[in-house]
Design a protein. Structure first.
Length: 287
């Protein structure tokens, strides 16, 4: 019996000891509740003690965390519709305020922070053009709202250090994307017209050059042909003159035969001449 009693007492002591000790890691902070009310707060890293069964400890992560949100649609200063996907970087700044505002539930803190950040972004985006929002200065544009965002976040015991935009989209079917498509179409048509004009100009240049070369080639061919004809006529005249010099009578007879052939080639030609005309000298009979 004594051994069992000692064992029961030892187990009870261990349970009391375990219930009275808690550990806070680096990057964490804790509060101690006594019968549901805050007894101690902002407890840093280390090994700590509390009253068993009466006090309880709540430990919170105070490291930087990313607070994601669903993409939100905004209007720019030109009333153009854009969809902005963003995230915030923050941490628990005041553990007591965080616990009182959210009961220590981080999801509740995220739900209450989202509209604060979205309203601040809406005010900033509404004051800028689409070009300013999507330009490289958009981080500076968002940073201007950190002061206003942290005023609302301080109520939750949270501090936001930075807000980053992941992407900016033009909603499908929105007026902005329609205008973008129209502008892109107009630019492509302009480029196509320019290319057609350049092609037409190049075609005319090539055609003009081809016509010029054709005219030059035809002129050179005609020149060479006339030269060859002249040389041929000169050679023929030389041959005729040489033949005439060798046998004038035969040359005259041949030329007369050629003249007869041309004159009577039709078969029904009628020529009226004097009977003593020299043209008929080779057609007379000696008998």
């Amino acid at each position: 019996m004594k051994f069992s009693a000692w064992m029961s007492a030892l187990v009870a002591a261990l349970l009391l000891l375990m219930g009275s000790v808690y550990v806070v890691s680096e990057g964490q902070a804790a509060i101690v509740l006594k019968l549901g009310k805050v007894a101690r707060t902002n407890i840093g890293p280390g090994l700590h003690f509390k009253l068993p069964l009466v006090e309880s400890a709540r430990v919170f992560d105070r490291r930087l965390q990313i607070l994601a949100a669903e993409p939100e649609r905004y209007l720019t200063s030109e009333k153009k519709d854009v969809s902005v996907d963003f995230f915030a970087i923050g941490k628990i700044e005041n553990v007591l305020d965080f616990y009182r505002a959210t009961g220590g539930d981080e999801s509740i803190a995220t739900q209450r922070l989202a509209p604060i950040i979205k309203d601040a972004l809406r005010n900033e985006i509404n004051a800028h053009t689409l070009q300013q929002v999507v330009s490289g200065d958009r981080d500076r544009v968002l940073a201007a709202q950190l002061v206003a965002i942290n005023k609302g976040a301080a109520v939750l015991g949270v501090k936001i250090f930075d807000i980053r935009i992941k992407r900016i989209d033009l909603p499908t079917g929105g007026e902005v994307i329609v205008q973008v498509y129209r502008r892109m179409s107009a630019q492509r048509k302009q480029v196509a017209s320019q290319l057609r004009a350049e092609g037409e100009e190049l075609s005319q240049t090539i055609q003009s050059e081809a016509d010029r070369q054709q005219a030059v080639i035809a002129a050179e061919a005609e020149r060479d042909a006339q030269k060859l004809r002249g040389e041929g006529d000169a050679e023929a005249a030389r041959i005729y003159a040489e033949a005439a010099n060798r046998d004038p009578g035969f040359y005259a007879f041949q030329r007369s035969l050629e003249a007869y052939s041309k004159s009577f080639s039709g078969g029904d030609n009628l020529i009226v001449l004097d009977r003593n005309d020299p043209f008929l000298q080779y057609m007379k009979s000696d008998r």
